[in-house]
Design a protein around this ligand. Structure first.
Ligand code: ADP
Ligand code: MG
Length: 245
């Protein structure tokens, strides 16, 4: 793989649960440093697609490559994939009896077996990056939802991923804390992190995305750069969705 090729290439992906077809030929290419937003009604397969990229779901057809490597391959090294692709969900699931700092440090120490001092230094820098300096020793229960989600983002970044997947990370948050999380993601995007975001925050998508994909019932209906997409999307399914959000 070389950086002039897509860092993530999703090609004609089909995914079923039993006889129920959730993804019906989805294709998306993502270049290094790009921010892609996937939008669409509930149940259209967005989370499933995200899970397929990270090999949490298998696929029945097509292919997904990360840095040129097929993700749905029996020989795939899962740990290598986890190091490349970070993921943040709606549920931040921090360890409640560990501090913010300890939560961020855990995976590199336990999974990557990296030296503690080095990991701690990185974790402290990441907590600063998500604008939580001073909260290192706070427990999740002492933090707002938005602060906890930012710890979760820092925890994911601690694995030094090349790509970040965000699946409706603000959907469960109070409106006041949504903003701080979106700022964190914008910071990351501005630094050149490759991001695939599923979001219902249209204004945010418009601001941060290089490319918007609208999905409905397992297909990509329309896509384009935000300036064009929000003005020119013409499919009735897209128009209906945009009129509701
Ligand atoms: P979205 O994230 O766009 O709301 P999902 O990817 O979560 O959509 O779900 C798409 C469809 O797949 C839904 O109809 C959902 O019920 C179904 N689905 C998701 N996960 C499973 C599963 N593990 N088993 C069976 N059906 C599933
Ligand atoms: Mg979802």
């Amino acid at each position: 793989w070389t950086p002039d090729q897509p860092i993530i290439s999703i090609h004609n992906v089909h995914k079923s649960f039993g006889t129920f077809k959730v993804l019906k030929g989805v294709s998306i290419d993502v270049m290094k440093g790009e921010v892609i937003c996937i939008i669409g009604p509930s149940g259209s397969g967005k989370s499933t697609l995200i899970r397929c990229i990270n090999a949490l779901n298998d696929i029945q057809g097509g292919s997904i490559t990360v840095e040129g490597q097929e993700v749905h391959d029996d020989k795939l090294d899962k740990l290598a994939l986890r190091k490349k692709v970070g993921m943040v969900f709606q549920q931040y699931n921090l360890f409640p009896h560990k501090t913010a700092l300890q939560n961020v440090m855990m995976a590199p120490i336990k999974v990557l077996k990296e030296p503690k001092a080095e990991v701690e230094q990185r974790a402290r820098a990441l907590i600063k990056k998500v604008r939580l300096e001073g909260k290192e020793d706070s427990y999740p229960g002492e933090l707002s939802g938005g602060q906890q989600q930012r710890v979760a983002i820092a925890r994911s970044l601690a694995m030094r991923p090349d790509v970040m997947l965000f699946d409706e990370v603000t959907a469960a948050l109070d409106p006041e804390t949504v903003k701080e999380v979106l700022i964190t993601i914008k910071d990351l995007a501005a630094e050149g992190m490759t991001c695939i975001l599923v979001t219902h925050e249209m204004k945010f998508a418009e601001e941060v995305a290089d490319h918007i994909y609208f999905t409905d019932k397992g297909v990509i209906v329309e896509h384009g750069p935000p300036a064009e997409f929000f003005k020119m999307a013409s499919d009735p399914r897209t128009r209906e969705f945009l009129s509701q959000v």
